[in-house]
Design a protein around this ligand. Structure first.
Ligand code: TPP
Ligand code: MG
Length: 542
C-alpha cells in the first residue's frame, strides 16, 4: 500500500474509533487517497460519507452533523483555497465548542514556498488559535491516529494537515479499513464529561434570575427549579422548558420586575437582546457567569464572577418572587397574542409563532441569526421538559453564513419526527449552495421556512434604521436583492411552496415531506422599526 493510502486509512480508522459517524468530503486531487478510502468506508458502512462541491457549505454541513448527533464530525478537503473556505465553520465551532475535525490534504513540507501548484506555506495552522493544529508528515500514520484521538476528546475544532506524497494512490488503498468491518464504532469519549465538578453553593435571599443563553442545557433549568428562580431562556438554550421558564422574559426585564433583580446566574452564551446584555452587565448587582461549552463565561460588561460549573443550592427561595414573574408573563403573553392577531404589520411575529408551535416533541429546529431567532425568542412557547426537542442555531458568532448546510447536517444526524429550519432571506441566499446535493448524497426530510422581506430587516430596528440615515439605509444596510426563490429552488431540484399568511403556513408545516422543501413566506420589511417599538411599548406601559 502507498504511504498516502496508509495515512488515509489510519485517519479514517481513528475517526471511527473516536466516535465519528459522518465525514464530509469536497473533491480534489491531493486528497485522492482520502476520497477513495472514504468511499470504501462508506460502502462498508463504517462511516457515512457526504460529498459537497463547495467547501464553505461542506464545513457547515459537518458542523450541523456534529450539532445534530452530539458526536464529533469531520470534513476533508484538498489543498490551497479549499481549506480557507472552511474558516467560517471553524470559527463558529471554536466559539460554540463543537468538535469539528478538519482534514486538509497538502504536499510534502519541502515543496512549500517553491511555487508548486496549489501549495501554500500558510495552509498548515491556517486557522491560528481557533483550531488545534497538526502538520503530519507523509506516511506518519501513527502520528495522525494520535492526533485524531486527541481531537475527538477536546471541545472545539482541530485541523489535521495531512502531507500526501506521490504516488497519491496505489497498492491496496483501503486494506487498512477492512480490519474494522464488524467492529462496533467507538463510543464518544466526551460522554464521560462531568458537568458539576467544583460547583459553588448559592444561598437563597437575593432576588435572583437564571439567564440561559445558547447551549446552556438542562442544568440551567434544574438550578432555576431547585431555587425557585425565574428562568430567562433563549430558544437555543436547551433550557426553555419546565415550570420556571418565561416566554416574555425580554419584555418583563423592562418592567418593575426587571428593576428588582439583585443577582443573576448566566449560563450558556446569551446574545439575543439588549435587555439581557444590559442586565448581565450591571455593576450594581451580583452577576455570576458559568463557563460555556465554547469555553467562555459570557460577561460583556466585565462585571461577573466566573464559575467553572453550574452553582448549586441547598435550599430554595420562597415562591413569591417567581410567582410574580409567572403572573406577569401570563398577562404579557396574552398582550402579545393580541398584538400579533391576524392583519396589520405583525406577520413576521406570526410566522415565528407558527414555527414555534410546529416544533412538537421529537422535532428539530435550526434557526437562523438576525430577526428569526429574535422573533422566536419573543413568540416561541415554553415547552414541557423531557420531550426531546432540539432547537439549535449558529450562535457562537451569530453569523448568517452556512445556515442551510447546518440545517441539512443537523437533520441528517438527528432522528426526529420533523426537521425544520427558519431563516431570513439574506441568510438563505448566503448559503444557497447548501441546496446543491448530488444524486447519491444522503438527503434529509427538511422544511426550510424562509421569511422573505427582501433584505435585512434587523438593521431597521437598530441605530442605522433611524431617520438621519434614511438616505443610505436601503442600499447599504437593507440590501434588497429581488431574487426569485422559486426559480432558485427549481434550479436545484428543491421542492418549493409559497404561503401568504399565518394560517397557510400552519397547514404547510404539518404536512410531511420527503426531501428538502422550501416554504417561502413573503413578509413586510417597512413596518419593522414600528413593530419593534410597539412591542417594547407594551412592556413599558406595564
Ligand atoms: C456572515 C455574516 N455576515 C454579515 C452579518 C451581518 N448581518 C446580520 S443580520 C444580517 C441580515 C440578515 O438578513 P435576513 O437573513 O434576511 O434576516 P432579517 O433581518 O431580514 O430577518 C446581516 C448581513 C452576519 N451576522 N454574518
Ligand atoms: Mg430579510
Amino acid at each position: 500500500m502507498s504511504s498516502s493510502s496508509a495515512l488515509a486509512a489510519a485517519v479514517i480508522s481513528a475517526l471511527r474509533d473516536g466516535g465519528v459517524r459522518d465525514i464530509v468530503l469536497a473533491p480534489g486531487s491531493r486528497s485522492a487517497a482520502l476520497a477513495v478510502a472514504l468511499h470504501r468506508a462508506d460502502a462498508l458502512g463504517l462511516v457515512r460519507l457526504h460529498v459537497r462541491v463547495d467547501e464553505r457549505s461542506a464545513g457547515f454541513l459537518a458542523l450541523g452533523l456534529a450539532k445534530g448527533s452530539h458526536h464529533p464530525a469531520a470534513v476533508a478537503t484538498t489543498s490551497g483555497t479549499a481549506v480557507a473556505n472552511l474558516h467560517p465553520a471553524v470559527l463558529e465551532a471554536a466559539h460554540s465548542g463543537e468538535r469539528l475535525i478538519v482534514l486538509s490534504a497538502d504536499r510534502p513540507a519541502e515543496l512549500r514556498g517553491s511555487g508548486a501548484n496549489q501549495t501554500s506555506e500558510h495552509q498548515a495552522g491556517m486557522f491560528g488559535a481557533a483550531a488545534t493544529a497538526y502538520d503530519l508528515s507523509p506516511g506518519d500514520a501513527v502520528g495522525a491516529a494520535d492526533a485524531v484521538a486527541e481531537s475527538v476528546r477536546r471541545r472545539g475544532p482541530s485541523h489535521l494537515n495531512l502531507q500526501f506524497a506521490e504516488p497519491l494512490l496505489g497498492g491496496a488503498p483501503t486494506s487498512g479499513l477492512s480490519v474494522l468491518v464488524g467492529k462496533e464504532p467507538g463510543a464518544d469519549p466526551m460522554r464521560r464529561h462531568s458537568w458539576d465538578a467544583d460547583a459553588v453553593t448559592l444561598e437563597p435571599g437575593p432576588r435572583t434570575v437564571v439567564v440561559a443563553g445558547d447551549d446552556a442545557g438542562p442544568p440551567a433549568r434544574l438550578l432555576a427549579q431547585a431555587a425557585n428562580w425565574p428562568l430567562l431562556a433563549e430558544p437555543t438554550s436547551g433550557a426553555r422548558t419546565g415550570s420556571h421558564a418565561l416566554q416574555s422574559y425580554r419584555l418583563l426585564l423592562a418592567t418593575s420586575l426587571g428593576r428588582k433583580i439583585e443577582r443573576v446566574v448566566v449560563a450558556g452564551h446569551p446574545t439575543l437582546s439588549r435587555q439581557v446584555t444590559e442586565l448581565i452587565s450591571r455593576a450594581d448587582i451580583e452577576v455570576l457567569s458559568v463557563r460555556s461549552r465554547g469555553g467562555v463565561c459570557t460577561d460583556p460588561g466585565r462585571v461577573a464572577r466566573h464559575l467553572e460549573a453550574m452553582p448549586r443550592v441547598d435550599s430554595s427561595d420562597d415562591l413569591d418572587w417567581v410567582g410574580a414573574w409567572r403572573a406577569a408573563d401570563q398577562k404579557m403573553v396574552q398582550l402579545l397574542a393580541v398584538l400579533v392577531a391576524p392583519g396589520g404589520d405583525a406577520l413576521p411575529l406570526q410566522v415565528a409563532a407558527e414555527v414555534g408551535a410546529a416544533v412538537q416533541p421529537n422535532c428539530l429546529l435550526v434557526v437562523g441569526s438576525s430577526q428569526p431567532i429574535r422573533d422566536l425568542d419573543l413568540m416561541g412557547p415554553v415547552h414541557e421538559a423531557g420531550q426531546r426537542r432540539l432547537i439549535v442555531g449558529n450562535r457562537g458568532l451569530a453569523g448568517i453564513d452556512g445556515t442551510v448546510s447546518t440545517a441539512v447536517g443537523a437533520a441528517l444526524a438527528r432522528r426526529s419526527s420533523r426537521a425544520l429550519a427558519y431563516v431570513g432571506d439574506v441568510t438563505f441566499l448566503h448559503d444557497m449552495g447548501g441546496l446543491v446535493l448530488g444524486p447519491d448524497e444522503p438527503c434529509p426530510d427538511l422544511t426550510v421556512v424562509v421569511a422573505n422581506d427582501d433584505g435585512g430587516s434587523i438593521f431597521a430596528t437598530l441605530e442605522q434604521g433611524a431617520e438621519p440615515y434614511a438616505a443610505a439605509f436601503e442600499r447599504v444596510f437593507a440590501t434588497p436583492h429581488g431574487v426569485d426563490l422559486q426559480a432558485l429552488c427549481e434550479a436545484t431540484g428543491t421542492a418549493y411552496e409559497r404561503v401568504e399568511h399565518a394560517a397557510a403556513l400552519r397547514q404547510a408545516l404539518v404536512r410531511d415531506v420527503r426531501g428538502i422543501r422550501v416554504v417561502e413566506v413573503p413578509i413586510p420589511r417597512s413596518g419593522r422599526r414600528a413593530l419593534a417599538e410597539h412591542v417594547l411599548a407594551v412592556a413599558e406601559t406595564w
